[in-house]
Structures are given as structure tokens and as C-alpha cells.
Design a protein around this ligand. Structure first.
Ligand code: ARG
Length: 459
């Protein structure tokens, strides 16, 4: 019985319902590696500080190694009656090495223990997410470089706006994902303080060395306030915020891939590896992976909401409410990891239909702004007047059923005497995109410069 741990105070067993609502081993077993690492660092510190003997420490270390081996081998008996991962490990340690196991919990509480284990887990998750984002960025950079000159329509309101290049469009996501990786790395730095040694809430009267355990577990320093150490989960909230924002970016790219891969758009072909067929409609090739990535943000943002509401209004210090931090966090990072990996795979396999994209790039009078700009530059018209003349040109082209470049020069001259033959040079999508050489603009030369900057920074 778990209550053997505190049996001194209790004479009756917990009700089955108490057990059912309290037990967490089913999900917090995922913290086993962190729990053992924390216990090993704690035991080494207790021995160095003279709180336990080195003989006892050696036994504890050996026992913890055995526990680790059993868990790795899948033979460890996870038991509900020991409630959580911390007491499961300790109970097994006692079976293995006897009463000496009881010395491990000196100067420690499950409150600082779980704060440590969970922080270690979230730290690793943040590192993993940042690395997976880097990989996705690598996939986007490769596609962007291969297609830096491929013209496509740029949209606003999902209506044709101005021609851009496919490389430029992909690089927009590189910027977003770059900030996402940065958010995970920032969160990691902020959370990198060790709560172990805060004990239940007030610290410990034993001569513990918190610097030593912090260093052993890869932290920059120990946390500075024992109450904060066991009460705070903002490190997880921050990581979940970063995950939610990243999932939003994944969702937008996924949505564009869904649209681009429709026969109506026909901008990209998805590989068989990331699509599915239909059990009834033989012609179907559905972008299920993209759709599922688009949806994952629901789960991930939901997890942020869950944990925010759990933490809201909690008085200091530890309350059992905080046990509800793990499931949403695990779920969010499982979902994000899958989404990032699937997106990287899908992007690597993505094949643009260069002709379709280029043809669409010129549709919808997408070079109207270039005509207006030409009127400003060549005829010194105020932009508002140029805008008006160009609007009239679009109206006329629409009546004649041609695009702007297809308008006879005489038609343009009817709108403004000064328009000359060389105006047609700026009306092609390639000229339009190629002219936008301002820093961060869509000209292939500029896009290539941005790709190079990213590649240098990732190397
Ligand atoms: N299983 C608990 C949790 O996840 C561990 C901490 C329990 N501490 C306590 N005082 N009951 O939060």
C-alpha cells in the first residue's frame, strides 16, 4: 500500500475512489529516467555533504541502477498502489536493497522531486522541438533554393495580389519557424534552474549542496526561492505557448499545402507517402497528413488552456492540482513532434508544378501595381493618379477579355497619352517579381541572399 509511506499517521486504507482519483503512475511513469537521474544526483550530494554514509550511497546507487535496468528491460513492476513514479521507484529500491532505501528521501520531498522530474522532461522536450524545427527549416531551405525563381501568385484575401516566387513564399515560413525555435531555446534558458533541495516548500535543515545537484543535472543554477520552486509551472506554460504558436504556423502551412494540392490550384504534387486514397472513389489522393497537421493545433493549444486553468488561483505552495500538469504537456509535445516530423517529410517530397504556378502568377491582373509604379517613375504621375489610370486599364482589359500585357498600346494611350511601348517590359510576372529587390523582397536575388544567410546561421 502506498500508505505504508505515511502509515504512521493513518489507521484505515484509502477508499477505492480515492485510489482511482489519486493514482498517477499510468502517466507519470514517463518520468522514470528523470526520476532516477534526480535520485542519483541527490544521493551523491547527500553522501558528499556527510548526510548519509558513502556505503549507504553506494548501495542506493547500485539499487537505482538495477531499477533503471528493470525499467529498460520492461520487467519493472509498475504498481498502482504506489501511486506515482516517485514512490514506485522508492518502493522497488526498498525491495532490492532493504531499509537503506529509506535514507534517499532525506532532505527531499515529492514536491521538489516532481518539480525536478517534470522540469527535466520539459527541458528535453523544448530541446527536441527546437532541433525538429531546425530540421524542418532545413527541408524548407532546400526547396526554397531549388525553386528560388519559380513564379507563383502572391495573395492577399486569397485573391491574386502580386507575383512572388515559390522560394520566397517558403522562406516566409522559415522566418516563422526560426522564431519558434528561438522561443523554445529562450524558454529552455529561463527554465534551466534546479528546484531540487526546496524540499516540501521551505527548504531543508540538512547541510545540502544545491549547487552540486544543479550542476550534476545540467542546470545553470539552483532556483532561488523554495516556495516558488515547488509551486511554479510557468516553465511548462511557456513551453506550451511556444508549442501552440509553432502549431499555428504548422497549421497555416498545412492549409496552404491542402489548397495548393487541389486539382483546381494544381500548384504542388504530394508524394504517395504523405497522402491516402479513398475506399470508394478510385481517383482520390487526399492530403491527410497536411489535414492532421492543420488540426493538431487544437490539441496543443487545448493543453496550454488546460494547464493555465489548472494553475490559475492556486495558493502557494504545492497543491495536488499540479499533478494535472503532465497529461496535457505530454500530449501537446507528442502531437507537436509528430506534426513537425510529418511536415518535414511532406515538404521534402513536395513537387511544385512550375508551369501551373507560373501561369497563375500572371492571372488576375497581378502586375497592375507594376503599371502604376511605371506611370509614377516614367511620367511622374502622383501615385493616386497612377492608381486611377491603372484601374481603368484593368477595367478595359476585363471588357476585352485580355490581361494587361495583352492590351493594345492604343488602348493604354487612350487612358494616358504618355504611355509608351516599353511599359510592356514591366507587365510580365517575371519582371514584376524580379524588380522587387528591396531588402526582404521577392526578387530571386534577394531570396537567394536570405537562403544563404539562413544556411550560414544553421551551420
Ligand atoms: N504525483 C505527484 C504530482 O505529480 C507528486 C507530488 C506529490 N506530492 C504531494 N505532496 N502529494 O504532483
Amino acid at each position: 500500500q502506498g500508505q505504508a509511506m505515511w502509515g504512521g499517521r493513518f489507521s484505515a486504507k484509502p477508499s477505492d475512489l480515492m485510489q482511482a482519483i489519486n493514482v498517477s503512475i499510468g502517466f507519470d511513469k514517463r518520468l522514470w529516467a528523470q526520476d532516477i537521474a534526480g535520485s542519483k544526483a541527490h544521493a551523491a550530494m547527500l553522501a558528499k555533504a556527510g548526510v548519509i554514509s558513502s556505503a549507504d550511497e553506494a548501495e542506493i546507487q547500485r539499487g537505482l541502477d538495477t531499477v533503471r535496468g528493470e525499467i529498460e528491460a520492461g520487467t519493472f513492476p509498475f504498481r498502482d498502489e504506489y501511486e506515482d513514479i516517485h514512490m514506485n521507484v522508492e518502493a522497488r529500491l526498498r525491495e532490492l536493497i532493504g531499509p537503506t532505501a529509506g535514507r534517499l528521501h532525506t532532505a527531499r520531498s515529492r514536491n521538489d522531486q516532481v518539480a525536478l522530474d517534470f522540469r527535466l522532461w520539459v527541458r528535453e522536450a523544448a530541446e527536441r522541438s527546437a532541433a525538429q524545427i531546425d530540421d524542418l527549416i532545413g527541408a524548407l531551405l532546400a526547396k526554397a533554393e531549388a525553386h528560388a525563381d519559380v513564379l507563383m501568385p502572391g495573395f492577399t484575401h486569397l485573391q491574386p495580389a502580386q507575383p512572388v516566387t515559390f522560394g520566397h513564399h517558403l522562406m516566409a515560413y522559415v522566418e516563422m519557424f526560426g522564431r519558434d525555435a528561438g522561443r523554445f531555446r529562450d524558454a529552455r534558458e529561463r527554465m534551466n534552474e534546479c528546484p531540487l533541495g526546496a524540499a516540501a516548500l521551505a527548504g531543508s535543515p540538512f547541510p545540502i549542496d544545491r549547487e552540486m545537484t544543479a550542476k550534476a543535472l545540467g542546470f545553470a543554477r539552483p532556483t532561488a526561492n523554495s516556495l516558488d520552486s515547488v509551486s511554479s509551472r510557468d516553465f511548462a506554460l511557456e513551453a506550451l505557448s511556444a508549442a501552440s504558436i509553432c502549431a499555428t504556423h504548422l497549421s497555416r502551412l498545412a492549409e496552404e499545402i491542402v489548397i495548393w494540392s487541389t486539382p483546381q490550384f494544381g500548384f504542388v504534387r504530394l508524394s504517395d507517402a504523405f497522402t491516402t486514397g479513398s475506399s470508394i472513389m478510385p481517383q482520390k489522393k487526399n492530403p491527410d497528413a497536411a489535414e492532421l497537421i492543420r488540426a493538431k493545433v487544437g490539441r496543443i493549444l487545448g493543453s496550454l488552456t488546460t494547464l493555465t486553468v489548472v494553475m490559475k488561483g492556486l495558493p502557494l505552495a504545492y497543491s495536488k492540482d499540479m499533478q494535472e500538469d503532465k497529461v496535457p504537456t505530454f500530449e501537446a509535445f507528442d502531437a507537436l513532434e509528430l506534426a513537425l516530423l510529418a511536415m518535414a517529410g511532406m515538404v521534402r517530397d513536395l513537387e511544385p508544378n512550375v508551369e501551373r504556378m507560373a501561369a497563375a502568377a500572371g492571372a488576375g491582373f497581378s502586375t497592375a501595381t507594376d503599371l502604376a509604379d511605371w506611370l509614377v517613375r516614367k511620367l511622374d504621375l502622383p501615385f493616386r493618379d497612377a492608381h486611377h489610370v491603372t484601374g481603368a486599364a484593368v477595367k478595359r482589359a476585363e471588357q476585352l477579355g485580355v490581361d494587361l500585357a495583352g492590351l493594345p498600346l492604343a488602348e493604354l494611350q487612350a487612358l494616358n497619352q504618355g504611355i509608351s511601348e516599353d511599359v510592356f517590359e514591366v507587365l510580365t510576372p517575371a519582371a514584376s517579381a524580379g524588380s522587387r529587390v528591396s531588402y526582404g523582397g521577392t526578387a530571386p536575388s534577394e531570396v537567394r541572399a536570405q537562403i544563404k544567410r539562413w544556411k550560414d546561421s544553421l551551420r
